[in-house]
Design a protein around this ligand. Structure first.
Ligand SMILES: *[C@@H]1O[C@H](CO)[C@@H](O)[C@H](O)[C@H]1NC(C)=O
Ligand SMILES: *[C@@H]1O[C@H](CO)[C@@H](O)[C@H](O)[C@H]1NC(C)=O
Ligand SMILES: *[C@@H]1O[C@H](CO)[C@@H](O)[C@H](O)[C@H]1NC(C)=O
Ligand SMILES: *[C@@H]1O[C@H](CO)[C@@H](O)[C@H](O)[C@H]1NC(C)=O
Ligand SMILES: *[C@@H]1O[C@H](CO)[C@@H](O)[C@H](O)[C@H]1NC(C)=O
Ligand SMILES: *[C@@H]1O[C@H](CO)[C@@H](O)[C@H](O)[C@H]1NC(C)=O
Ligand SMILES: *[C@@H]1O[C@H](CO)[C@@H](O)[C@H](O)[C@H]1NC(C)=O
Length: 476
């Protein structure tokens, strides 16, 4: 009959044919190549990944906007615009101040001594949610930026989201964050009230934010105005200054474990945002010629992470940081040789060696099945960077990801920027339209002295269980 009838029929059927999307997962850190995404020419095998990206963009936008001024507690400075988070393992001991039952909660935070209980998270930490807000902001900016590119339009609700979220968190005169982390992961009590170097990890999401903003710049998105860009560059320059001169920033920069790796992710991303490309390259090369050398041993294990309370998580967390540094370098200087991927440790091993080792490591052996999901984006990254001639990575993702954590790797956003994976896998396209019954997933992170942590697990079917555990499971 008339074409219109056919079209409307087709439209009506579309939702039924749409591919299932993977449940939202908060991955630790990443830097999808802004040029690759901005080019916008995606093969049909990434349709499932595109669907997930748009769904995740919508979901994360629904929680925004975010601002440090939204928290119910003000930093010790009295300035509502100061970022603040509390050290996760500190507990009040009020015995020396009379243990007055009438001590108000804010007085307890100031007057009682705070004692360190390793691995035991004080649940009141989530009273102030700046760290979780920033994680969500980072994912919202990344996925909304990619979704904006997928719209192939110079203006869309997705790029408007990004502009609104960046304005509210960073730039707005009433709600914008002061460019410092003076109160990040602060200790409380009479000798506390100042932030710790561990809190620098709280803003690692800058790698995701930079990736998204660079895409909007590259595609000349009209919602990301030159005025906003200039204001954001000014903000980032001030914060870079804080990172490079504050005691917390200097301490984090000097560490040889995941803190040092991920500090470079954050600072290099900021340097790209302020158009200091050569500064970013120098910084990342310094990393690969510096602390990276001792981070992977001859077996592919990560000696700086293996001794932690949750070694499967820590190895994946640092691996995500190493991968992000390799991606940042490849973007900033595609011709630099060796690339981060080809950089070798003192033992002659590479990022690939680290992931080959981890793929043979059973998370259940250290009671870390709840963070099994952390390995998948790292494996996909390695498969796309080094190739997958033997099909080992594709097969691991195909089998293990679907069986262990119940998602299809071809439906994961990372599949969009980790191309070609398994040689542009045709199986992936086939697998991309299966239906998953899984609920949303999340890995959140925190950090404490000398280390950091992530927590992951399934929400959804396990939602009630994990919702409670989430607050308790942050680790040192
Ligand atoms: C985007 O739209 C333009 C026309 O406005 C078109 O020429 C181009 O092919 C489109 N790109 C993609 C990736 O769809
Ligand atoms: C106050 O004393 C009671 C009873 O000894 C004890 O259970 C409680 O933990 C103390 N509270 C604090 C905040 O130290
Ligand atoms: C962050 O996102 C998670 C979903 O992953 C949601 O449960 C949480 O409420 C959000 N928190 C904030 C502060 O946006
Ligand atoms: C590693 O170096 C080799 C030889 O220089 C080059 O062909 C290859 O593309 C590099 N691999 C990566 C992932 O950078
Ligand atoms: C894992 O947990 C079980 C019980 O919760 C415990 O018996 C076992 O020792 C733990 N294993 C490790 C490696 O921590
Ligand atoms: C993925 O799994 C399917 C079904 O189990 C299998 O047929 C296919 O060969 C697998 N693909 C890879 C790359 O392992
Ligand atoms: C899934 O995708 C494959 C390859 O794109 C296609 O051949 C198959 O018909 C699809 N299956 C369903 C149920 O949509």
């Amino acid at each position: 009959m008339r074409p219109t009838t056919i079209i409307s029929l087709g439209t009506a059927l579309l939702p039924l044919l749409a591919q299932a999307t993977n449940p939202f997962t908060q991955y630790a850190v990443d830097f999808p190549d802004p040029n690759l995404v901005a080019a916008g020419r995606f093969s049909s095998n990434v349709a499932g990944a595109e669907d997930s990206i748009v769904a995740w963009a919508d979901e994360m936008a629904s929680y925004g906007p975010w601002s440090v001024t939204f928290k119910p507690v003000v930093a010790p400075s009295g300035d509502k615009r100061d970022y603040m988070s509390w050290a996760p393992y500190q507990w009040p001991d009020c015995s020396k101040v009379g243990n007055k039952t009438e001590l108000s909660t804010p007085d307890m935070w100031k007057e009682c001594a705070y004692v360190f209980k390793d691995g035991q998270v004080n649940p009141d930490r989530t009273t102030i949610n700046d760290f979780q807000s920033f994680f969500n902001l980072s994912d919202a900016v990344l996925y909304n930026s990619i979704a904006a590119v997928l719209q192939n339009s110079s203006s869309s609700s997705y790029s408007k989201n990004v502009a609104k979220f960046v304005d509210t968190w960073f730039l707005n005169a009433d709600t914008g964050m002061n460019p410092n982390l003076n109160y990040a992961q602060m200790n409380r009590g009479p000798n506390g009230q100042t932030g710790e170097y561990t809190g620098v990890l709280d803003l690692r999401g800058f790698a995701k934010i930079a990736s998204g903003i660079l895409m909007l710049r590259k595609t000349k998105n009209s919602d990301w105005t030159s005025d906003m860009d200039a204001q954001f560059v000014a903000w980032c320059n001030k914060y870079i200054d804080w990172l490079q001169t504050s005691p917390s920033g200097k301490t984090a920069a000097g560490l040889d474990n995941n803190h040092g790796t991920i500090f470079v992710n954050q600072l290099a991303a900021l340097k790209l945002l302020v158009n200091d490309v050569s500064g970013a390259v120098t910084l990342i090369q310094g990393y690969f010629n510096g602390i990276f050398k001792a981070q992977i041993d001859a077996k592919g294990d990560q000696p700086k992470e293996q001794g932690r309370t949750r070694p499967y998580h820590y190895r994946n967390f640092n691996a995500a940081g190493m991968i992000t540094n390799a991606r940042l370098l490849a973007y900033a200087s595609p011709t630099t040789s060796p690339s981060g991927w080809n950089a070798t440790s003192s033992a002659g091993t590479t990022i690939k060696s680290a992931m080959d080792f981890l793929m043979k490591t059973d998370p259940a052996a250290t009671n870390e099945s709840n963070v099994a999901i952390e390995i998948y984006p790292n494996v996909a990254a390695v498969a796309s960077a080094y190739g997958d001639a033997a099909g080992a990575y594709g097969s691991f993702l195909n089998q293990s990801a679907s069986k262990v954590v119940g998602f299809n790797y071809a439906d994961d956003p990372t599949f969009l920027w980790d191309q070609p994976l398994a040689g542009g896998d045709v199986d992936a396209a086939k697998e991309g339209n299966h239906t998953t019954a899984a609920g949303p997933e999340q890995t959140g992170q925190t950090g404490d002295k000398g280390t950091n942590a992530a927590v992951g697990g399934r929400i959804g079917a396990f939602g009630c269980f994990f919702g409670v555990v989430l607050g308790l499971y942050f680790l040192s």
